[in-house]
Design a protein around this ligand. Structure first.
Ligand SMILES: Cc1ncc(COP(=O)(O)O)c(C=O)c1O
Length: 396
Protein backbone atom coordinates (compact mmCIF):
# COMPACT_ATOMS: atom_id res chain seq x y z
CA UNK A 1 0.00 0.00 0.00
CA UNK A 2 1.26 3.47 -0.80
CA UNK A 3 0.09 7.02 -0.16
CA UNK A 4 -0.12 9.42 -3.09
CA UNK A 5 3.12 10.71 -4.62
CA UNK A 6 1.67 14.20 -4.32
CA UNK A 7 1.48 14.06 -0.54
CA UNK A 8 4.61 11.97 -0.13
CA UNK A 9 6.54 14.82 -1.77
CA UNK A 10 5.27 17.38 0.77
CA UNK A 11 7.32 18.58 3.72
CA UNK A 12 6.35 18.75 7.39
CA UNK A 13 5.84 22.31 8.61
CA UNK A 14 9.25 23.85 9.37
CA UNK A 15 7.41 25.95 11.95
CA UNK A 16 6.15 22.97 13.97
CA UNK A 17 8.76 20.32 13.12
CA UNK A 18 11.10 21.15 16.00
CA UNK A 19 8.48 21.16 18.75
CA UNK A 20 9.51 17.67 19.95
CA UNK A 21 13.01 18.94 20.76
CA UNK A 22 11.55 21.94 22.62
CA UNK A 23 9.37 19.58 24.69
CA UNK A 24 12.47 17.49 25.48
CA UNK A 25 14.39 20.61 26.57
CA UNK A 26 11.46 21.61 28.76
CA UNK A 27 11.27 18.12 30.25
CA UNK A 28 14.93 18.58 31.26
CA UNK A 29 13.86 21.71 33.15
CA UNK A 30 14.93 24.38 30.62
CA UNK A 31 12.75 27.37 29.87
CA UNK A 32 12.28 27.68 26.10
CA UNK A 33 11.33 31.05 24.56
CA UNK A 34 9.14 29.91 21.69
CA UNK A 35 9.59 32.40 18.89
CA UNK A 36 8.88 29.87 16.16
CA UNK A 37 5.14 30.18 15.68
CA UNK A 38 2.74 33.07 14.98
CA UNK A 39 0.60 32.38 18.02
CA UNK A 40 0.29 35.69 19.93
CA UNK A 41 -0.04 35.78 23.72
CA UNK A 42 -2.38 38.80 23.41
CA UNK A 43 -5.79 38.21 25.02
CA UNK A 44 -8.67 37.48 22.64
CA UNK A 45 -11.21 40.30 23.14
CA UNK A 46 -13.78 39.01 25.69
CA UNK A 47 -16.68 39.94 23.36
CA UNK A 48 -15.91 36.69 21.50
CA UNK A 49 -16.73 34.50 24.53
CA UNK A 50 -19.60 36.79 25.61
CA UNK A 51 -21.32 36.40 22.24
CA UNK A 52 -21.03 32.62 22.47
CA UNK A 53 -22.35 32.58 26.06
CA UNK A 54 -25.42 34.48 24.88
CA UNK A 55 -26.17 31.90 22.17
CA UNK A 56 -29.61 30.60 23.15
CA UNK A 57 -30.58 28.11 20.42
CA UNK A 58 -31.38 24.56 21.53
CA UNK A 59 -29.59 22.98 18.58
CA UNK A 60 -26.20 23.77 17.10
CA UNK A 61 -27.39 23.39 13.54
CA UNK A 62 -25.37 23.49 10.34
CA UNK A 63 -24.78 27.07 9.28
CA UNK A 64 -25.15 28.21 5.68
CA UNK A 65 -22.16 27.02 3.63
CA UNK A 66 -21.23 30.62 2.84
CA UNK A 67 -21.36 31.72 6.48
CA UNK A 68 -23.84 33.03 9.07
CA UNK A 69 -25.54 36.31 8.14
CA UNK A 70 -24.51 38.00 11.38
CA UNK A 71 -20.84 37.46 10.56
CA UNK A 72 -21.17 38.45 6.90
CA UNK A 73 -22.91 41.67 7.97
CA UNK A 74 -20.14 42.42 10.47
CA UNK A 75 -17.43 41.89 7.83
CA UNK A 76 -19.28 44.12 5.38
CA UNK A 77 -19.33 46.92 7.98
CA UNK A 78 -15.70 46.36 9.00
CA UNK A 79 -14.64 46.66 5.32
CA UNK A 80 -16.42 49.99 4.96
CA UNK A 81 -13.92 51.72 7.26
CA UNK A 82 -11.39 51.16 4.45
CA UNK A 83 -13.86 52.20 1.71
CA UNK A 84 -14.11 48.61 0.59
CA UNK A 85 -17.59 47.70 -0.51
CA UNK A 86 -18.21 43.99 -0.55
CA UNK A 87 -21.74 42.54 -0.55
CA UNK A 88 -22.95 39.25 0.95
CA UNK A 89 -22.41 37.36 -2.30
CA UNK A 90 -18.80 38.62 -2.52
CA UNK A 91 -17.81 37.00 0.81
CA UNK A 92 -17.59 33.37 1.84
CA UNK A 93 -16.68 32.28 5.37
CA UNK A 94 -13.96 29.65 5.65
CA UNK A 95 -12.15 27.62 8.31
CA UNK A 96 -9.44 30.21 8.75
CA UNK A 97 -7.42 31.86 6.01
CA UNK A 98 -5.96 28.38 5.45
CA UNK A 99 -9.15 26.93 4.00
CA UNK A 100 -9.71 30.12 2.01
CA UNK A 101 -6.32 29.51 0.36
CA UNK A 102 -6.96 25.83 -0.33
CA UNK A 103 -10.31 26.67 -1.92
CA UNK A 104 -8.76 29.46 -3.96
CA UNK A 105 -5.98 27.29 -5.37
CA UNK A 106 -8.51 24.51 -6.02
CA UNK A 107 -10.77 26.91 -7.88
CA UNK A 108 -8.00 28.49 -9.97
CA UNK A 109 -5.34 25.93 -10.78
CA UNK A 110 -5.41 22.97 -13.15
CA UNK A 111 -2.81 20.22 -12.76
CA UNK A 112 0.59 21.64 -13.77
CA UNK A 113 -0.40 25.29 -13.49
CA UNK A 114 1.33 27.68 -11.14
CA UNK A 115 1.03 30.82 -9.11
CA UNK A 116 3.98 33.13 -8.52
CA UNK A 117 4.95 34.35 -5.07
CA UNK A 118 7.83 36.22 -3.43
CA UNK A 119 10.09 33.82 -1.55
CA UNK A 120 10.63 33.34 1.35
CA UNK A 121 6.88 32.87 1.87
CA UNK A 122 4.51 31.38 4.44
CA UNK A 123 5.48 27.78 4.03
CA UNK A 124 2.00 26.23 4.17
CA UNK A 125 1.31 27.71 0.72
CA UNK A 126 3.31 24.74 -0.60
CA UNK A 127 0.83 22.37 1.01
CA UNK A 128 -2.23 24.40 -0.01
CA UNK A 129 -1.11 24.64 -3.62
CA UNK A 130 0.57 21.23 -3.89
CA UNK A 131 -2.53 19.33 -2.79
CA UNK A 132 -4.42 20.49 -5.87
CA UNK A 133 -1.57 19.61 -8.23
CA UNK A 134 -0.36 23.18 -8.70
CA UNK A 135 3.02 24.68 -7.94
CA UNK A 136 4.51 27.96 -6.77
CA UNK A 137 7.06 29.82 -8.85
CA UNK A 138 9.30 32.01 -6.73
CA UNK A 139 10.23 35.65 -7.08
CA UNK A 140 13.46 35.34 -5.11
CA UNK A 141 14.21 38.14 -2.65
CA UNK A 142 17.19 38.90 -0.41
CA UNK A 143 17.74 39.79 3.24
CA UNK A 144 20.16 42.51 2.04
CA UNK A 145 17.27 44.27 0.21
CA UNK A 146 14.78 43.85 3.06
CA UNK A 147 13.08 41.14 0.93
CA UNK A 148 11.67 43.76 -1.49
CA UNK A 149 9.85 42.29 -4.52
CA UNK A 150 7.41 44.87 -5.93
CA UNK A 151 9.51 45.33 -9.05
CA UNK A 152 8.26 44.80 -12.61
CA UNK A 153 11.33 42.93 -13.81
CA UNK A 154 11.45 40.62 -10.80
CA UNK A 155 7.75 39.80 -11.06
CA UNK A 156 7.67 39.32 -14.84
CA UNK A 157 10.69 37.03 -14.82
CA UNK A 158 8.76 34.55 -12.65
CA UNK A 159 5.74 34.39 -15.00
CA UNK A 160 5.53 31.62 -17.60
CA UNK A 161 2.83 30.19 -19.90
CA UNK A 162 1.36 28.11 -17.04
CA UNK A 163 1.06 30.99 -14.57
CA UNK A 164 -2.48 31.73 -13.45
CA UNK A 165 -2.05 34.03 -10.45
CA UNK A 166 0.19 36.36 -8.50
CA UNK A 167 0.13 35.70 -4.75
CA UNK A 168 0.73 38.64 -2.55
CA UNK A 169 1.11 38.42 1.24
CA UNK A 170 1.19 41.92 2.71
CA UNK A 171 2.07 42.60 5.46
CA UNK A 172 4.26 39.61 4.81
CA UNK A 173 4.99 36.40 6.60
CA UNK A 174 7.86 35.60 7.14
CA UNK A 175 9.60 38.82 6.08
CA UNK A 176 7.35 41.56 7.48
CA UNK A 177 7.54 43.29 4.08
CA UNK A 178 4.59 45.68 3.54
CA UNK A 179 3.39 46.79 0.09
CA UNK A 180 2.20 50.36 -0.36
CA UNK A 181 -1.00 50.98 -2.28
CA UNK A 182 1.12 52.17 -5.23
CA UNK A 183 3.09 48.93 -5.18
CA UNK A 184 -0.19 47.00 -5.13
CA UNK A 185 -1.25 49.05 -8.14
CA UNK A 186 1.93 47.98 -9.96
CA UNK A 187 1.21 44.32 -9.15
CA UNK A 188 -2.37 44.85 -10.35
CA UNK A 189 -1.16 46.40 -13.60
CA UNK A 190 1.19 43.48 -14.29
CA UNK A 191 -1.60 41.00 -13.46
CA UNK A 192 -3.88 42.79 -15.91
CA UNK A 193 -1.30 42.82 -18.71
CA UNK A 194 -0.65 39.07 -18.28
CA UNK A 195 -4.31 38.25 -17.55
CA UNK A 196 -3.60 36.79 -14.11
CA UNK A 197 -5.59 36.51 -10.90
CA UNK A 198 -4.34 38.30 -7.79
CA UNK A 199 -4.52 36.28 -4.57
CA UNK A 200 -4.03 38.84 -1.83
CA UNK A 201 -3.46 37.41 1.63
CA UNK A 202 -4.26 40.22 4.05
CA UNK A 203 -4.52 38.36 7.34
CA UNK A 204 -2.08 40.89 8.91
CA UNK A 205 -3.78 43.91 7.29
CA UNK A 206 -3.71 46.28 10.30
CA UNK A 207 -0.23 45.33 11.45
CA UNK A 208 1.69 47.94 9.44
CA UNK A 209 4.10 50.06 11.47
CA UNK A 210 5.98 53.35 11.44
CA UNK A 211 2.90 55.25 10.30
CA UNK A 212 2.32 53.12 7.19
CA UNK A 213 -1.24 53.26 5.87
CA UNK A 214 -3.43 50.18 5.83
CA UNK A 215 -3.41 49.06 2.18
CA UNK A 216 -5.62 46.47 0.50
CA UNK A 217 -6.19 45.25 -3.02
CA UNK A 218 -9.85 45.72 -2.12
CA UNK A 219 -9.26 49.48 -2.38
CA UNK A 220 -8.28 49.22 -6.05
CA UNK A 221 -11.57 49.08 -7.97
CA UNK A 222 -9.82 48.95 -11.34
CA UNK A 223 -8.66 45.37 -10.63
CA UNK A 224 -11.80 44.17 -8.79
CA UNK A 225 -12.64 41.41 -11.30
CA UNK A 226 -9.28 39.66 -10.77
CA UNK A 227 -8.69 40.29 -7.06
CA UNK A 228 -9.27 37.58 -4.44
CA UNK A 229 -8.76 38.60 -0.83
CA UNK A 230 -7.89 36.11 1.90
CA UNK A 231 -8.68 37.18 5.43
CA UNK A 232 -8.92 35.75 8.94
CA UNK A 233 -9.69 36.57 12.56
CA UNK A 234 -6.66 34.55 13.73
CA UNK A 235 -4.04 37.30 13.85
CA UNK A 236 -6.11 40.49 13.81
CA UNK A 237 -8.06 39.52 16.92
CA UNK A 238 -5.61 37.02 18.41
CA UNK A 239 -8.19 34.29 17.86
CA UNK A 240 -6.16 31.61 16.06
CA UNK A 241 -8.18 28.73 17.51
CA UNK A 242 -11.51 30.13 16.35
CA UNK A 243 -10.74 28.90 12.81
CA UNK A 244 -12.73 31.63 11.10
CA UNK A 245 -11.57 33.32 7.94
CA UNK A 246 -13.03 34.38 4.64
CA UNK A 247 -12.44 34.68 0.94
CA UNK A 248 -13.74 37.78 -0.84
CA UNK A 249 -14.01 38.61 -4.51
CA UNK A 250 -16.20 40.57 -6.89
CA UNK A 251 -15.63 37.93 -9.57
CA UNK A 252 -18.90 35.94 -9.79
CA UNK A 253 -17.46 32.91 -11.54
CA UNK A 254 -14.80 32.58 -8.85
CA UNK A 255 -17.28 33.02 -6.00
CA UNK A 256 -19.62 30.43 -7.53
CA UNK A 257 -16.68 28.03 -7.75
CA UNK A 258 -15.68 28.43 -4.10
CA UNK A 259 -19.32 28.08 -3.06
CA UNK A 260 -19.39 24.64 -4.69
CA UNK A 261 -16.34 23.69 -2.60
CA UNK A 262 -17.88 25.20 0.52
CA UNK A 263 -21.10 23.26 0.04
CA UNK A 264 -19.05 20.07 -0.12
CA UNK A 265 -17.65 20.69 3.33
CA UNK A 266 -21.09 21.85 4.59
CA UNK A 267 -20.20 24.77 6.86
CA UNK A 268 -17.80 26.40 9.33
CA UNK A 269 -18.41 26.01 13.08
CA UNK A 270 -21.56 27.93 13.97
CA UNK A 271 -20.48 29.15 17.40
CA UNK A 272 -17.09 30.41 16.28
CA UNK A 273 -18.81 32.44 13.61
CA UNK A 274 -21.08 34.02 16.23
CA UNK A 275 -18.02 34.93 18.31
CA UNK A 276 -16.17 36.23 15.25
CA UNK A 277 -19.08 38.52 14.35
CA UNK A 278 -18.61 40.27 17.71
CA UNK A 279 -14.87 40.69 16.99
CA UNK A 280 -15.53 42.44 13.69
CA UNK A 281 -17.84 44.85 15.57
CA UNK A 282 -15.03 46.03 17.90
CA UNK A 283 -14.32 49.73 17.95
CA UNK A 284 -11.54 50.59 15.44
CA UNK A 285 -9.42 51.87 18.36
CA UNK A 286 -8.81 48.16 19.02
CA UNK A 287 -6.58 48.04 15.91
CA UNK A 288 -4.55 51.05 17.08
CA UNK A 289 -3.88 49.40 20.43
CA UNK A 290 -2.98 46.05 18.88
CA UNK A 291 -0.72 47.79 16.34
CA UNK A 292 1.08 49.76 19.07
CA UNK A 293 1.64 46.59 21.09
CA UNK A 294 3.19 44.72 18.17
CA UNK A 295 5.21 47.73 17.04
CA UNK A 296 6.77 47.88 20.51
CA UNK A 297 7.61 44.19 20.31
CA UNK A 298 9.01 44.61 16.80
CA UNK A 299 11.26 47.43 18.04
CA UNK A 300 12.49 45.39 21.00
CA UNK A 301 13.18 42.31 18.86
CA UNK A 302 14.88 44.29 16.07
CA UNK A 303 17.08 46.25 18.47
CA UNK A 304 18.37 43.08 20.14
CA UNK A 305 18.79 41.08 16.93
CA UNK A 306 20.75 43.97 15.39
CA UNK A 307 23.35 43.57 18.16
CA UNK A 308 24.42 40.19 16.77
CA UNK A 309 27.77 40.70 15.00
CA UNK A 310 27.47 39.69 11.32
CA UNK A 311 23.65 39.56 11.21
CA UNK A 312 21.93 40.83 8.01
CA UNK A 313 18.63 42.32 9.07
CA UNK A 314 16.42 45.19 7.96
CA UNK A 315 13.63 46.46 10.18
CA UNK A 316 10.42 44.65 9.17
CA UNK A 317 7.53 47.02 8.41
CA UNK A 318 4.61 44.85 9.45
CA UNK A 319 2.97 41.55 10.47
CA UNK A 320 4.73 40.06 13.48
CA UNK A 321 7.78 38.38 12.02
CA UNK A 322 11.41 39.18 11.51
CA UNK A 323 13.52 37.16 9.10
CA UNK A 324 17.26 37.68 8.92
CA UNK A 325 20.57 36.11 7.96
CA UNK A 326 22.66 34.78 10.84
CA UNK A 327 26.43 34.33 10.92
CA UNK A 328 26.19 30.51 10.99
CA UNK A 329 26.45 27.98 8.14
CA UNK A 330 23.35 26.04 9.05
CA UNK A 331 20.57 27.70 11.02
CA UNK A 332 18.87 24.32 11.42
CA UNK A 333 21.98 22.84 13.03
CA UNK A 334 22.25 25.95 15.23
CA UNK A 335 18.63 25.49 16.35
CA UNK A 336 19.34 21.88 17.32
CA UNK A 337 22.34 23.12 19.32
CA UNK A 338 20.12 25.65 21.11
CA UNK A 339 17.55 23.03 22.03
CA UNK A 340 19.87 20.13 22.83
CA UNK A 341 23.12 21.59 24.17
CA UNK A 342 22.81 25.28 25.03
CA UNK A 343 21.35 27.18 27.92
CA UNK A 344 21.98 30.46 29.70
CA UNK A 345 20.82 30.31 33.30
CA UNK A 346 18.53 27.43 32.40
CA UNK A 347 16.97 29.25 29.44
CA UNK A 348 17.07 28.73 25.70
CA UNK A 349 15.12 29.80 22.62
CA UNK A 350 13.58 28.40 19.47
CA UNK A 351 12.74 29.96 16.09
CA UNK A 352 11.81 28.69 12.63
CA UNK A 353 14.68 27.99 10.22
CA UNK A 354 13.90 29.92 7.04
CA UNK A 355 14.99 27.25 4.56
CA UNK A 356 11.49 25.77 4.54
CA UNK A 357 10.08 29.14 3.46
CA UNK A 358 11.96 28.95 0.16
CA UNK A 359 11.21 26.74 -2.83
CA UNK A 360 14.57 27.38 -4.48
CA UNK A 361 16.90 24.60 -3.39
CA UNK A 362 19.77 25.74 -1.17
CA UNK A 363 18.37 29.14 -0.19
CA UNK A 364 17.63 30.17 3.38
CA UNK A 365 20.06 27.80 5.10
CA UNK A 366 21.58 30.69 7.05
CA UNK A 367 18.31 32.53 7.71
CA UNK A 368 15.84 32.32 10.58
CA UNK A 369 12.38 33.66 11.24
CA UNK A 370 11.26 34.79 14.65
CA UNK A 371 7.68 35.70 15.53
CA UNK A 372 7.40 38.63 17.91
CA UNK A 373 4.41 37.16 19.65
CA UNK A 374 5.69 37.51 23.23
CA UNK A 375 5.89 40.67 25.33
CA UNK A 376 8.81 43.10 24.90
CA UNK A 377 10.83 41.78 27.82
CA UNK A 378 10.49 38.19 26.60
CA UNK A 379 11.37 39.28 23.03
CA UNK A 380 14.53 40.98 24.29
CA UNK A 381 15.55 37.95 26.29
CA UNK A 382 14.74 35.59 23.41
CA UNK A 383 16.86 37.65 21.01
CA UNK A 384 19.66 37.88 23.59
CA UNK A 385 19.63 34.08 23.88
CA UNK A 386 20.05 33.83 20.10
CA UNK A 387 23.07 36.17 20.34
CA UNK A 388 24.64 34.25 23.24
CA UNK A 389 23.81 30.97 21.51
CA UNK A 390 25.65 32.06 18.34
CA UNK A 391 28.74 32.96 20.39
CA UNK A 392 28.71 29.55 22.07
CA UNK A 393 27.92 27.72 18.80
CA UNK A 394 30.68 29.39 16.80
CA UNK A 395 33.24 28.88 19.62
CA UNK A 396 32.60 25.16 20.02
C1 LIG B 1 0.25 34.75 5.67
C2 LIG B 1 -0.68 33.79 6.33
N1 LIG B 1 -1.79 33.42 5.68
C3 LIG B 1 -2.66 32.56 6.22
C4 LIG B 1 -2.45 32.03 7.47
C5 LIG B 1 -3.44 31.06 7.99
O1 LIG B 1 -4.02 31.47 9.16
P1 LIG B 1 -5.44 30.97 9.65
O2 LIG B 1 -5.79 29.73 8.92
O3 LIG B 1 -5.28 30.75 11.12
O4 LIG B 1 -6.36 32.08 9.34
C6 LIG B 1 -1.30 32.38 8.19
C7 LIG B 1 -1.01 31.80 9.51
O5 LIG B 1 0.03 31.95 10.09
C8 LIG B 1 -0.40 33.29 7.60
O6 LIG B 1 0.71 33.69 8.24
Amino acid sequence: MRVSDRVAAMQFSPIRRFNTYAFEAEAEGKKVYRLNIGQPDVETPPCFMDAIRKFDKKVIAYAESGGVTELLDAIIDYNKQYDMNYEHEDILITNGGSEALVMTFTALLNQGENAIIAEPFYTNYNTFCGQVGGSLHPITTKAEDGYAWADREMIESAIDENTKAICCISPGNPTGRVLTLDEMRLVGQIAKEHDLWIISDEVYREFAYDGRDVASFGMLDEFADRVIIIDSVSKRFSACGARVGCVMSKNREFMDSVLKLAQGRLCCPTLDQIGAAALYRLDPSYYDEARAEYEGRRNAAYEEISKIPGVVCQKPGGAFYLTCKLPVDSVEDFLMFLLKEFDDNGETVMFAPAEGFYVTEGLGKDEMRIAYVLNQEAMRRGAELIRLGIEAYNNR
